[in-house]
Design a protein. Structure first.
Lengths: 147, 147
DNA sequence: ATATTAGTTATAATGATTCTTAATTTATAA
DNA sequence: TTATAAATTAAGAATCATTATAACTAATAT
């Protein structure tokens, strides 16, 4: 299933002239198979078994490389670590303000917002980010139980 | 001009039972008069002259209080410090990927995105955030000069 | 007046991320 | 092949924004 996406991603790496080291391959594969937009530390801990000598810096290095090529996007939040998203298809996020969980959802891309912003601000716009904040179902139930 | 906004904000503070200390007043006033969404450190430095003994923690404390009351919103970004936004009217941001500048722009509130997200994800949605990334006019010119 | 609470200050602690250096691996050229 | 250069990694130190702690001060309430 995700084999195809992995092959495509590796092709992109090759085209960009970036070496495919075992660590880099592992980070990429983990991200592609993860549904939860993991943090750098989560990736690090997940790969510890396979690469006992790998350092956190390597995870960050590779995330930066993958970001530069456009295979990965970084999502930043107020108090917590960045999360990394390998889903290249256009999508938006719903973020639980209680537990931090991120859920993808799809919506017709808001291209007209980008063009309006270009007109109004004079920016040369490359992309946009749209996130909806609230309480996920699980946390809603916890809140109800408290009463 | 912004006198009215300041008075309204102070009323909100009073209603919330929060004391209006000189430091808190100064942070609020500075934010209201700023157009650039300053960082905590920028606020701290700007108020150093008036309050030589003020500590950074006080700035953070007050920003947290103002956030809790809903007078201020925190904007977070990947590599940089959070920025604080006192503009309570619904608006979106254009962010320059080169110099970090943030420019406000207006667009009809995307309420339908929130309701779609509620349906699809089961979240209880409270608000959304929408940002457009690109290169501001000034940085576009710098880029052209390089050639 | 006195007790209680909130706010401030100063500084230490935390925690995510980046930097530095040396070692190691991989690619390229002779 | 072998030599050389370039990229990557590992380890740990350094940085920097933010938060926590403890002592002190000011405001408020009884």
């Amino acid at each position: 299933m995700s084999e195809k996406r992995l092959r495509q991603a590796i092709d992109t790496l090759k085209e960009s002239g970036v070496r495919i080291t075992p660590q880099r391959h592992a980070v990429l594969e983990y991200l592609l198979n993860s549904m939860v937009h993991p943090t750098a530390d989560e990736i690090y801990k997940a790969l510890e078994g396979k690469f006992p000598n790998m350092s956190v810096a390597t995870v960050y290095n590779n995330l930066r490389v993958l970001k530069e090529i456009g295979l990965v996007r970084e999502l930043t939040y107020g108090d917590a670590s960045s999360r990394f998203d390998c889903n290249t298809s256009e999508h938006y996020h719903a973020i639980c303000e209680s537990c931090g969980k991120i859920v993808d959802f799809h919506y017709p891309p808001l291209d007209e917002v980008e063009s309006l912003a270009e007109q109004v601000t004079g920016f040369d716009v490359s992309h946009h980010r749209m996130e909806v904040y609230g309480t996920c179902e699980a946390c809603q139930q916890v809140a109800t139980q408290k009463h």
